[in-house]
Design a protein around this ligand. Structure first.
Ligand code: C2E
Ligand code: MG
Ligand code: MG
Ligand code: MG
Length: 287
């Protein structure tokens, strides 16, 4: 609205201003509607989790699954990239996030392969919640989960959120045995210094770098690879779609891969079926 006022003040094309105003209002209205609908989504069982396998680069055995939220409202499917930001701005992500964590723990409790982990995306907003550590702890106890099987994915933005007790919180989680991953690495404001000070377990290189691995992406992948040796974290490549990408990543020494080449996110029943198995045959070592 402020932009439009400024635009109008400068006396430029009033009819275009009207157009933008209309669009803005439409967007705002649909956001408010979605936010209201999201209030009932949990109670109406409109939310569910799907799980995308993460494989060992060498053997292509499934090591973990990333839990990803899906929202289906009647026949309408709303993308996480649309509703997660809305839920973050309204604070609804806190309750939704606890539901996600509980579902992940329930799934873990029923998974036969003891060594399989589940990775959960935790929003900055939820990380800031006073109850966060206590609730995570309670879930692990309730479902008798080995904490090493729970991975928490946070984005670089967490490290610029100004939380004073951030390091303590991360340390506490890791002391329980929980593993911490940095998601979408490389897309945020540089967190190299942060990684240096924290003992991060996994770094997930954003798929935008993997998609241009045959071009400029390779330099980034190699740089992160070098860092991983000195800072002692493991690397997951996100968004691996082709065998060529997979082989390049393998040759770089990347530890784990995730992407449509191996599997789309799958339903919970398929987690039980796939757990502990191998996806695709590994490429020959000589390639
Ligand atoms: P993310 O955490 O980076 O998750 C990976 C996204 O990449 C997923 O999109 C996944 O479906 C997609 N993806 C996986 N492999 C490939 C591939 O080979 N090619 C391409 N093009 N895409 C691939 P999705 O499920 O739409 O989720 C989008 C984002 O929404 C997630 O990005 C995450 O930031 C957020 N999100 C999803 N579930 C949750 C949740 O439970 N809590 C929170 N706070 N955020 C969530
Ligand atoms: Mg993620
Ligand atoms: Mg990611
Ligand atoms: Mg990403």
């Amino acid at each position: 609205i402020a932009d439009i006022a400024m635009y109008a003040q400068k006396g430029k094309q009033p009819e275009r201003v009207l157009f933008y105003n209309h669009q803005l209002e439409e967007n705002l209205r649909s956001k408010v509607l979605l936010q209201e609908a999201l209030n009932n989504a949990l109670a109406r069982h409109e939310l569910r989790l799907v799980f995308q396998p993460i494989v060992d680069s060498r053997t292509r055995e499934i090591r973990s699954f990333e839990a990803l939220l899906r929202w289906k409202r009647g026949t309408q499917i709303i993308d996480p990239s649309v509703f997660i930001p809305i839920a973050e701005r309204s604070g609804q992500i806190v309750n939704i996030g606890y539901w996600v964590l509980e579902e992940a723990c329930k799934t873990l409790a029923h998974l036969p392969a003891e060594e399989t982990a589940i990775s959960v995306n935790v929003s900055v907003i939820q990380f800031q919640d006073q109850q966060f550590l206590a609730k995570v702890n309670r879930l692990l106890e309730t479902y008798h989960i080995n904490p090493a099987r729970l991975h928490i994915e946070v984005t670089e933005s967490l490290f610029h959120s100004g939380q004073s007790d951030l390091t303590d919180k991360i340390l506490w989680l890791q002391r329980q045995g929980i593993k911490i991953s940095i998601d979408d690495f490389g897309t945020g404001y540089s967190s190299l210094s942060v990684i240096q000070n924290l003992n991060i377990d996994f770094v997930k290189i954003d798929r935008s770098f993997i998609h241009k691995i045959e071009d400029k992406g390779l330099a980034i992948v190699e740089a992160v690879m070098n860092m991983s040796h000195s800072l002692n974290f493991r690397i997951i490549a996100e968004g691996v779609e082709s065998e060529e990408q997979a082989q390049l990543l393998r040759r770089c020494g990347i530890h784990y891969m995730q992407g449509f080449l191996f599997s789309q996110p799958v339903e919970m029943v398929d987690v039980f079926r796939l757990s502990g198995s191998r996806l695709l045959h590994p490429a020959p070592e000589s390639v």
